[in-house]
Write a protein that binds this ligand. Structure first.
Ligand SMILES: Nc1ncnc2c1ncn2[C@@H]1O[C@H](COP(=O)(O)OP(=O)(O)OP(=O)(O)O)[C@@H](O)[C@H]1O
Length: 284
């Protein structure tokens, strides 16, 4: 559905080199701190900036050959995009009908009602949550095959965030060929949503894993100084100094359970994995 092969974009003090793949039927998460390069990646995929090198294949075509008609098959949320704040939902409906051959007005209107979005209020007077819901709603209201969602939950409270994530889940259940690339700097947001994760750090993908594997095989070993000395560190991905000794991240849960029954082994939440992997701590 989307394949990015060594997309390179250089700015003065920042250099992106990103490769990732979004498969049909999958929700892929792109996580990374502020400034990691998530938006630059989305902009490049959408042809909004010119990459220095690399290849992007979108909907089965080289991204440079994507037509306006093809773009109708994309549902997009960008932080810096949207309709003029002086318009209302009432105003944008005819625009959406013109923009998208498959715009589903009934679905859109129903969701506007469910979300309690004001029909005649100017968009600039919407709350952050209302704006976010409207953006995602627009992205999923025209039978898109691929959603490209850059930080769609930014600034939302837990309730609004879950409503937005539910919309994305519902979108996926309607057609098993659909796919989503979604970014967030809060990885826990995406834990229950995504099938796999890529992690960007300083413009580079430093990690890719399926969520099932993450939840099943990634654990944190909590060891004191003496245990740390004796630990076989072959499968330790990151080490973090703690008050009690060391927290060691591994993706070989079974090896340490079998060989070190006396040490404390805790399930690693995605947030913890991301924080440890993106931290500057020593890597074994
Ligand atoms: N047009 C530009 N000119 C120069 N530098 C840029 C430009 N656009 C982005 N950058 C730089 O590229 C880096 C990555 O920015 P980007 O917006 O892609 O990060 P991000 O991961 O989306 O961050 P955030 O979560 O804050 O949106 C930053 O250091 C940013 O300053």
């Amino acid at each position: 559905m989307l394949k990015i092969d060594h997309l390179v974009k250089n700015y003065n003090t920042f250099s992106l080199d990103c490769s990732l793949e979004v498969l049909p039927g999958q929700i892929t998460g792109l996580v990374g701190k502020n400034g990691a390069g998530k938006s630059t990646t989305f902009h490049a995929v959408l042809g909004l900036l010119r990459p220095d090198s690399g290849k992007i294949t979108l909907l089965g075509k080289d991204s440079q050959e994507i037509t306006a008609k093809d773009k109708q098959k994309l549902g997009v949320v960008l932080s810096d995009s949207g309709f003029s704040g002086n318009l209302t939902i009432q105003d944008i409906i005819p625009v959406l009908e013109k923009l998208y051959d498959d715009f589903n007005k009934d679905f859109f209107m129903k969701q506007v009602e469910i979300f309690g979005l004001p029909y005649k209020k100017k968009l600039k007077d919407f709350s952050t949550g209302m704006k976010a819901k409207l953006k995602v709603l627009i992205a999923i209201s025209h039978q898109a095959k691929l959603l490209l969602l850059d930080e769609p939950t930014a600034g939302l409270d837990v309730v609004a965030r879950n409503e937005v994530l539910d919309l994305i889940r519902d979108y996926m259940t309607e057609d098993e060929e659909r796919a989503v690339l979604i970014s967030s700097h809060i990885s826990s947001d995406l834990e229950s949503l995504c099938d796999d994760f890529y992690m960007l750090k300083d413009g580079k993908i430093i990690f890719h894993e399926e969520t099932d594997v993450l939840l099943d095989q990634y654990v944190v070993l909590k060891v004191d100084e003496a245990q740390y000395e004796k630990l076989d560190k072959s499968f330790i991905l990151k080490v973090q100094k703690e008050n009690y000794g060391y927290a060691c991240l591994t993706n070989e849960n079974a090896f340490y359970i079998e060989n070190y029954p006396q040490i404390i082994i805790e399930k690693a939440a995605i947030d913890e994995i991301v924080t440890m992997l993106s931290g500057g701590d020593e890597q074994c």
